[in-house]
Structure formats: C-alpha cells, structure tokens
Design a protein around this ligand. Structure first.
Ligand SMILES: Nc1nc2c(ncn2[C@@H]2O[C@H](COP(=O)(O)OP(=O)(O)OP(=O)(O)O)[C@@H](O)[C@H]2O)c(=O)[nH]1
Ligand SMILES: [Mg+2]
Length: 413
C-alpha cells in the first residue's frame, strides 16, 4: 500500500475543512492508499506557486522525508502549474482530489458506457496537465527559441489526447442514442419512472432492492449495494408491479460527492439524463451522517447543474434505524425509511402509488362480450373496482393510465 499525507487549506472554517479532509481520507482508502498524516493550513486563498505557503511547503517536505511518504494528496483540484511546482519542490508524487475520484470511478466502471465516460473525464483532466509529465524534458530546451525535444513530445501527447477525446465522444454519442431511444419508448408508453438520486453511500441501491420486494412480479435482479464510495456507476432500471397492478420503473444512478469534478459531471451527463426525464425524483439522504444537510445541498447543486427543473422531488430520509430520534422538519415532502430494516418503505410505496394514481383516470367502461381481450388487458394492468356482466357487455369501473385511456376511448361511458 502506498502511504500518503493529506494537505488542505482552511479558507472558511476549520470544522468544515476537517470534515472535508475526512472525506478525502475515505476517498484515499477507496484507492488502497494508506493515510499516514494530514496537514491543514489556514489561509484566505491558495498561493500562486505551491498552493500552500512557502513555509508550509518546507514543513511538508520535512514531514514527507520523516514519515517516508510515497505521495501527497491535496484536497482540491490543483492547477497544472501547482502540480508541476510541488512535484519539483517536494520530489514526490503529488495528486489531487479530482485524480482520486477519477481513479475510483475508473476502478469501478464495468459497462462499456461507464468505461468510456471515465476515460473521457480522465483525458479531459489530463489535457492541460501533460506539461507536468514532461517538465524534465522541457528543461532541456535549447536556447535558440526553437522547440526542444520535450516540447515536441508534449505536443504529440496533446494531439493523442485530443484525438482520444473526440473518439470517445463519438463512441459515447452512439450509446447515448440507444439510451435515448429506450427512454423515448418509455415516455411514449407513459410509464411512471422514479429516479433515485443522492450523495454517494446514502443507500440508493439498497432502497431500490427494498422497493423490488414490493413487486408482485419477481423477475428483476437485485442491484449491487455496498458500504463503499461510488459502488454504483452504471444506471440500472428495474420494473415494479404493485398488488393493484400499477407499474413503475425505478432507476438507480451514480452517487454525488461534494466538489464532484466537473469533467465527470460532463462525461456522465448522458447517464444523468435519466434523472432529468423521471416522473419523480427520490432524493435519498443518509440521515445518520452528521453532515447530511450539507450533502443535501451538494446534491441539489448537481441537480441544478444538469438542469433538473420542474420534476417533483421527494426526500427519502434513509438509515433512520441508526438515528430514530432525528428531527427532520425543513424538507418537504419527505418520508423516513430504513433501506436496511425495510421500515417505512411501505409508506414510500404508498406515496409513489398515490402519485401514479393521480395521473390515471377513474372511468366506467362497457366492453362488448366479443372484446374479451380488452378485459384481460385491464385485469393485467389496472386496478378494477367493479365488474358487472349485463346484456350489452361487461360493465367495469377501472383506473386507467393515459395510454390505455386513449386506446380504449370508444368503450368509455
Ligand atoms: N444501517 C443502515 N445501513 C444502510 C441503510 N441503507 C443502506 N445502508 C448501508 O449503506 C451502505 C451503502 O448503501 P448503498 O445502497 O450501496 O448506497 P448507494 O447510495 O447506492 O451508494 P453508491 O452507489 O456508492 O453511491 C451499505 O453498506 C448499506 O448496507 C439503512 O437504512 N440503514
Ligand atoms: Mg449504489
């Protein structure tokens, strides 16, 4: 295991910086890096040369030597020149928060789409930073103003990266098109879709698995849930059919984190589109986390940044088994659940079903006897309140989704 020292600036208040450093430590852990020490400097802003002050850099160099660290991790996205200056000064590998997050995403990506998305984000992050990789070469630059071997190398690397980026974008475009067609079909069919959004590790995947237990059709597989950051990278959609035949889809999505690198948000935009077209967003919150209010803000910021507007949001205060007493007053509408014990999930399902029903129409129909297949469709897909067999056909009182309402219009009284 590599040994790392974490470094952060405390610009506003020290408590927030400590929390942020704790999160950085768990990101490092997720990358199999052992954190051996940390250093926080209070300052108004980063310095131009070394991000931290000159005195602090010397102190850090000492610390690295004493503790025999393998790398230093900064709790921010460093500029290309910061990385270059720091590596030169400290003579040790320097990485930042963004690289850590990108590394975790890279190690978790399984589907082709996720892999392409991560590669794209990595390449975009690397593009302005290739200089750093070859700083030793560029120092050999000849004095005549012509380009030295280092700079030629840099240009070549940049070109390769740029080519890569456009190739990845093209490949992703194709996958996006497929995803869009699938979504459009769902929209056309008028299927109610629920998207799970929330901070990483909040319990989105666990909640989806709990919701699946309410489905009368048990065809769908459970999704992967685990106590680790970014367990889910790929969106997966499952279908749920309730006892009253009401059907909806639930989509599990990638978790968010404070200061999510914007290249990642960009690269994952197509995946996040799923959230934008949902009928309802469940914002899943880890209520047991002391910092959950801050996490709610982060999630809301990301949702705004991908232009989520006009979609009803319901807060799901999860992990309530760990903090049953917690008072949640200022987020509406909300439900309290435990995706672990299952407590409260029935209430959530009721609320989802209420929303589904509110888009349905309660009608009376007369179905001629020779149209038996219509009645079968109703039995399969709808909640039927009453059935009477009279001379002119089967009289049914039923709750119809829009699509069936349009289809069966001639038989509606
Ligand atoms: N005690 C308790 N643990 C829970 C609850 N819900 C989820 N967990 C645990 O929290 C961890 C994360 O759960 P996931 O469902 O993987 O979380 P996620 O939001 O999908 O996380 P990412 O996919 O990594 O963003 C797992 O270890 C779950 O067992 C809950 O209600 N109570
Ligand atoms: Mg998950």
């Amino acid at each position: 295991m590599e040994k790392a020292i974490l470094v952060g600036l405390s610009i506003t208040n020290i408590v927030d910086s400590q929390k942020s450093m704790a999160e950085l430590a768990s990101l490092a852990e997720a990358c199999q890096v052992e954190v051996i020490d940390q250093m926080i400097q209070r300052a108004d802003s980063p310095t131009a040369n070394y991000y931290i002050g000159p005195g602090k850099v010397e102190e850090l160099k000492q610390l690295c030597a004493t503790l025999e660290a393998d790398l230093v991790i900064f709790d921010d996205e460093l500029s290309p020149s910061h990385i270059r200056n720091l590596e030169k000064k400290l003579d040790i590998k320097v990485i930042d928060r963004t690289i850590l997050i990108l590394d975790i995403f890279a190690s978790r990506a399984k589907t082709k789409e996720a892999m392409l998305q991560v590669l794209l984000a990595q390449s975009q992050y690397m593009l302005p930073r290739v200089v750093g990789l070859h700083s030793s070469f560029s120092r050999q630059k000849s004095g005549t103003g012509s380009k030295g071997p280092g700079e030629q190398q840099i240009e070549l690397d940049r070109r390769i990266l740029r080519d890569n980026i456009s190739r990845l974008k093209d490949e992703l475009k194709e996958l996006v098109a497929i995803r869009r067609t699938q979504r459009q079909k769902r929209l056309k069919d008028g299927v109610f879709t629920v998207a799970l959004a929330g901070y990483t590790n909040a319990g989105k995947s666990s909640l989806l698995n709990q919701l699946l237990s309410f489905s009368v059709l048990k065809a769908d597989k459970l999704v992967f849930e685990k106590n680790m950051l970014f367990a889910t990278l790929e969106t997966s959609t499952r279908s749920i059919t309730l006892l009253n035949n009401h059907q909806f889809l639930v989509t599990d999505t990638v978790g968010f984190i404070s200061r999510l690198p914007h290249h990642l948000v960009e690269a994952f935009k197509s995946t996040l589109e799923e959230i934008k077209e949902a009928s309802l967003i469940l914002h899943v919150v880890d209520t047991s986390n002391p910092d959950y209010e801050k996490q709610i803000q982060v999630v809301e910021e990301v949702l705004r940044s991908i232009d989520v507007v006009d979609i009803p949001i319901m807060y799901v205060f999860n992990k309530i088994d760990l903090c049953p007493e917690k008072n949640i007053e200022n987020h509406h509408p909300h439900v309290k659940v435990s995706a672990f014990t299952g407590e409260g999930v029935d209430q959530l399902v009721l609320k989802i079903d209420e929303m589904i029903s509110s888009t349905y129409r309660r009608v009376k129909m007369i179905i001629p006897f020779q149209k038996g297949s219509i009645y079968n469709t109703l039995k399969e897909k709808c909640e039927i309140y009453s059935t009477e067999y009279l001379e002119d056909g089967t009289h049914v009182e039923v709750l119809l989704p829009e699509e069936l309402y349009q289809r069966f219009l001639p038989y509606i009284k």
